[in-house]
Design a protein. Structure first.
Length: 319
């Protein structure tokens, strides 16, 4: 496990560093198109009219169409003030990191970058923080000071002691109750949780524009030859000494990791959400840009074929 970052308790220093590095790069490369990452929120029904050629069939009002025997579509007005929420899993497993950075640090920097991108353009951000339960709710507000408060809430939290398995259903169900207005939601987690959370995630995605931000460390996928190693379950505290020099053990470890990966992808597919994958050894700007490009491509495809493209995308870090 990586050592805790010394800068973790200084939200101002963290935000300044990211504004001068990550945000400056993104501003130039995204060319101001910040809404690419926050598509689909803040729409209010304005009117109904007859369907015309090239209209998006996703906007057809099927109840009115059935009554009038003529296709009708819903017209929307866009609310320029966007609300985004970060559902952040800060349970014990996110304190793992095999190199310089932990999953917790990657989560914190992602929140800082996206929150500042939004609030600089007059939008609001809020957050729900989960450790062993949802113990912190940061209301959605705007401005740099609010982003600093949000980051300070995250950085001031001590590492969670092993206290049993994470249950993401608690975090997602809390968001269903707390986030009333249609919003853009980022669920930031390593998704190490008992199954069943995908159902609640799918329900959340029916009302909001949801992106799963999956945190992971390369060591969780493929264990190198390190000799005798003590492995500790961050969630339960259970320890086990293993011989990583044993090629058979490493092969079984990798096979188990691949099975977990397949199950996670299937769960996200059932939930019907987009996925951004953030590795502890990846470049945050590159990850966000790849995700933005993919969102643009999918948006063009949806407009071209007239159907919502529901299969989630997994943006894997470059090898």
């Amino acid at each position: 496990m990586a050592a805790p970052e010394k800068e973790g308790g200084n939200a101002e220093a963290l935000l300044k560093r990211l504004e001068w590095t990550v945000l400056r790069r993104l501003d130039g490369l995204l060319q101001g198109d910040h809404r690419t990452l926050m598509r689909g929120a803040g729409l209010d029904l304005a009117d109904l009219r007859e369907y015309q050629h090239h209209d998006d069939v996703r906007h057809i009002d099927w109840n009115v169409t059935a009554r009038l025997q003529q296709p009708y579509v819903r017209e929307f007005t866009e609310d320029r003030e966007l609300s985004a929420w970060f559902l952040v899993d800060l349970s014990a497993s996110v304190d793992f990191g095999s190199d310089r950075f932990t999953k917790r640090r990657i989560a914190r920097e992602f929140v800082a970058v996206l929150a500042r991108m939004l609030t600089r353009r007059g939008n609001r951000v809020g957050a729900l923080l989960y450790g062993t339960e949802v113990d912190t709710v940061v209301p959605a507000r705007g401005g740099r000071t609010h982003v600093l408060e949000l980051l300070q809430r995250m950085t001031a939290r001590p590492a969670e002691a092993a206290a049993g398995s994470t249950d993401l259903r608690v975090l997602l169900a809390s968001a269903q109750r707390s986030v009333k207005r249609r919003s853009t939601i980022f669920v930031i987690s390593d998704f190490i949780s008992p199954p069943g959370w995908e159902t609640t995630l799918g329900q959340l995605a029916q009302r909001h524009e949801v992106t799963a931000v999956r945190l992971f460390d390369p060591l969780e996928m493929d264990l190198p030859d390190l000799g005798l190693v003590t492995l500790k379950d961050a969630e339960t505290g259970e320890q086990l000494v293993v011989d990583t020099h044993d090629a058979g053990f490493r092969k079984r470890f990798k096979a188990a990791a691949e099975r977990r990966e397949t199950e996670l992808r299937q769960a996200l597919a059932r939930a019907g959400v987009d996925t951004l994958e953030l590795a502890t050894d990846d470049d945050l700007v590159d990850s966000i840009l790849r995700f933005a490009d993919l969102k643009k491509q999918r948006s063009r495809l949806a407009n071209w074929n007239g159907a919502r493209f529901r299969t989630p995308s997994h943006v894997r870090p470059a090898a």
